[in-house]
Ligand binder design. Structure first.
Ligand SMILES: [Zn+2]
Length: 430
């Protein structure tokens, strides 16, 4: 292994994390007026941070803190030391701009090279990059990491499928990096043009978008690839490359020597029990330009317990299950639509479209009804059994009772934008 450090034990990671945490808090306090004010307001002296448990004493930060500090929020290094900015488009308010020092840029490339290594690439691989370049971080990260790793980068960006197909054949591309929807589009294009025997793709690395198992299977089948990997990251955290799944595809290994990942309940803001779903909160350990301290990502996931068979020694988090805004509470259980999605995707006879309806039942208790389409292949005569199977599986996996209605294929509305899944008609004042 050239980029993945060997011998990472939980004890060793904890030592690195404490050192990184203490450095980050001191660095931020000394160099950023924002953090200095925040710590003063909360009565924090950087020297009070003596153990990893002390992390809990630090206040949470959020996207509003980045937007309020526009144009250089959280900046903790002099302009002489900064070499680059990246920004993510805020759907509301100002862009979130992040500053990078030379060290930040170098470390990001190192982390990304680890991702390629864990995904099993070699220096003979040819990596076609189909994500955006520019202000937005994705392309720059995929490319710098590829060059650091030593594979051949084919930096195309989000061009049309025709150009991608042509280069994929001519450059003998072996790894394709894109969003999930772009990968699906390419897979269908390759199939349509009967290019499968002319391409040499063996791996796909996908970022930035949630993707169902069904979609993943379809991409892998049509392109004839061995592995589809998920890469995680966000502009606030350097960019993509903070972690990736290994060939076991059992969660995303993340670089715990660069970050502390906590999972909190997005309503109570308290840590959740180990292994439970909640909001990912990140603290950077070495970031100089714009360090993050207990930054709320609003991404929903969980920390996976136990060791992975690959022996990488880095902890894992689950795939991103959605955003905190999608969460609803039903009979005191926090539920994310993607959990229902996940259960449905594993039951034969169920189609891809569903809705979740929340009402008050006759007894005044909350009632949840899941409406789901039967698949094209399934028979309406089996609807009752199918409904029972769905309800039992939801009870088993999510621990709540619900009603299930099976609908004809095509009866729920389709949209090109994100479909509305949850219809909550409960009276929240009670
Ligand atoms: Zn692994």
């Amino acid at each position: 292994m050239r980029f993945l450090p060997a011998g990472m034990s939980p004890e060793k990671l904890a030592t690195i994390q404490l050192e990184g945490l203490r450095w980050t808090v001191r660095h931020a306090c000394q160099n950023s007026p924002f953090y200095r004010r925040l710590f003063e307001k909360n009565g924090i002296d950087p020297e009070d941070i003596r153990s990893l448990e002390d992390l809990q004493r630090l206040p949470l930060t959020d996207k509003e803190d980045l937007q309020a500090g526009y144009p250089f929020p959280l900046r903790s290094a002099g302009f002489d030391e900064l070499v680059r900015i990246h920004a993510s488009s805020g759907t509301t308010g100002k862009r979130k701009v992040l500053s990078y020092t030379r060290n930040d840029v170098e470390m990001w490339a190192d982390m990304f090279a680890r991702c390629y290594e864990l995904a099993g690439l070699t220096t003979s691989d040819r990596v076609q990059i189909a994500v955006g370049y520019g202000l937005w971080t994705a392309g720059a990260g995929f490319q710098a990491g590829c060059e650091r790793f030593g594979a051949l980068a084919v930096p195309v960006g989000p061009a049309n499928a025709e150009m991608h197909c042509e280069l994929m054949v001519d450059m003998e591309t072996t790894v394709f990096c894109s969003t999930a929807s772009m990968a699906l589009l390419m897979a269908e294009e390759i199939d349509r043009r009967r290019l499968r025997s002319k391409i040499k793709i063996r791996k796909i690395i996908m970022g930035a978008e949630r993707c169902s198992d069904a979609m993943r299977r379809r991409i892998a089948e049509l392109m004839g690839v061995e592995h589809v990997h998920d890469i995680y990251g966000m502009t606030e955290l350097y960019g993509p490359g903070t972690g990736i799944d290994c060939h076991f595809h059992n969660g995303i290994h993340y670089w715990a020597d660069y970050f502390i990942f906590e999972i909190i309940d997005p309503r109570s803001l308290e840590p959740v029990a180990p292994g439970n779903l909640g909001e990912l909160v990140v603290t950077t350990l070495r970031k100089e330009g714009s360090p993050l301290i207990r930054y709320r990502t609003h991404d929903i996931t969980r920390i996976l317990e136990g060791d992975c068979g690959c022996g990488a020694g880095f902890p894992r988090h689950d795939r991103i299950m959605g955003r905190t805004d999608d969460m609803f509470i039903y009979r005191a259980v926090n539920i994310y639509p993607s959990q229902i999605d996940h259960v449905l995707s594993r039951i034969d006879g169920v189609g891809s479209e569903y809705q979740i309806h929340l009402d008050h039942g006759a007894d005044g208790r909350d009632m949840m009804t899941v409406k789901v389409e039967r698949s094209e292949q399934a028979s309406a005569a089996e609807d009752q059994n199918l409904a029972r199977a769905v309800s039992a599986e939801i009870r088993r996996k999510i621990l709540v009772r619900c009603r299930v209605e099976i609908l004809d294929p095509g009866s729920l509305p389709r949209t090109e934008r994100k479909s509305q899944r949850v219809f909550d008609r409960r009276n929240h004042e009670n």
